[in-house]
Design a protein around this ligand. Structure first.
Ligand SMILES: [Zn+2]
Length: 351
């Protein structure tokens, strides 16, 4: 495997004939030092560990490049990210580049080379096939060594299957999933999803938004998978709670196109129909007086216009909290934060 990797956009002596895909390889190392410690050079040990995972990420990127049939990676970009959690710091080294096909008639360095498959590429395909077969059985529990392989060989093709399992796991009812598998899933799934490229990860999550909307919103937020285009496709009054819950999340960067779509989402929310209505109270001895809100659950409460129902719910579920549009105070807060984001982006992008 003779794959050329460069930070430049072109390769001397040859021509790019096709752009295949943006590839990303991420490796994680756990430590108890901060990024600042590392770069100030206080810890030789972690610097060398960082170098090791950088090398591993490079090998992994070459494997992925070969797997998609590309000859080279151009525009290579390196990213270091620090993740906190469970009292421990982890570093993620990510290499991102564009896999391209080269004009072989012009490239002297590829001439006369035999077609060959690297052992790791073969191993990856084997693992993929065997895990896919195992996972077709709903009762199969991913074990520690499966997870090691999934992360080491970036078996991203398995992500939809694993996500399905992850959704079942977070269901409120006690499920049949064994505790050990639960722990492994909870520990590994989010970092795995984060190691994938944005579009691929978003496809996995947004493909199944109805099984457990609460879990979906949580994953979208944790993995910074806010995706205006996919949310616009969900715009429907029946999805309003899901849509609002997705607005909490971020994405790595926002384009003018994103901003336009975000305005469309805000517009949809502004035009949500009323699910409750207002009534004038009769004001007699026993009835409530003034303006009354009748919420979609049929409670009648004396609140001001724009207020939220104060009736207690059964089974100790707290207060109803819906306004005339069927939205809670927390949702109204999310919407106002979202609109503020739009305003700020508007001014930043129009400079
Ligand atoms: Zn109510």
């Amino acid at each position: 495997m003779d794959i050329i990797i460069t930070t430049t956009d072109s390769i001397e002596g040859t021509t790019i004939t096709r752009y295949i895909d943006v590839l990303r390889s991420s490796m994680v190392v756990g430590t108890d030092l901060s990024l600042a410690d590392l770069f100030s050079g206080t810890s030789q040990k972690y610097r060398s560990q960082l170098n090791t995972i950088y090398d591993r990420a490079m090998v992994d990127l070459k494997l992925k490049c070969a797997a998609v049939g590309a000859d080279a990676i151009v525009g290579l970009h390196t990213d270091f990210e620090e993740i906190f959690g469970k009292g421990k710091t982890k570093f993620v080294v990510s290499l991102i580049g564009t896999a391209v096909k080269l004009d072989k008639s012009k490239s002297f360095f590829l001439e006369g080379e035999e077609t060959a498959v690297a052992a790791d590429v073969l191993r990856r395909q084997q693992l993929l096939l065997s895990l896919r077969r195992k996972m077709s059985d709903d009762n199969y529990a991913l074990n520690e060594s499966d997870w090691e392989n999934i992360l080491r060989y970036s078996l991203v093709d398995l992500a939809p299957l694993i996500y399905h399992r992850y959704l079942l796991l977070t269901k409120a009812t006690v499920s049949d999933i064994p505790l050990s598998e639960k722990k492994l899933l909870l520990d590994n799934f989010i970092p795995f999803l984060k190691s994938m490229n944005y579009e691929d990860a978003a496809n996995v999550v947004y493909d199944d938004v109805h099984t457990d909307p609460y879990c979906t919103a949580d994953v979208v937020e944790k993995c910074h998978l806010f995706h205006p285009e996919k949310i616009v496709r969900l715009l429907n009054h029946d999805n309003k709670h899901l849509i609002i819950s997705l607005l909490v999340a971020d994405k790595a960067s926002y384009s003018i196109h994103d901003l336009e779509l975000m305005k469309k989402i805000a517009d949809f929310i502004d035009n949500l129909p009323d699910t409750g209505h207002y009534e004038e109270g009769k004001g007699n001895l026993f009835g409530k007086s003034g303006t009354l809100l009748v919420c979609e659950r049929g409670h009648t409460t004396a609140v001001e216009l724009g207020g939220h129902c104060t009736e207690m719910l059964e089974h100790g579920l707290g207060i109803c909290n819906l306004n005339v549009k069927g939205l809670t105070e927390a949702e109204i807060d999310i919407i106002s934060q979202f609109k503020q984001k739009i305003e700020i982006l508007d001014s930043l992008l129009k400079r």
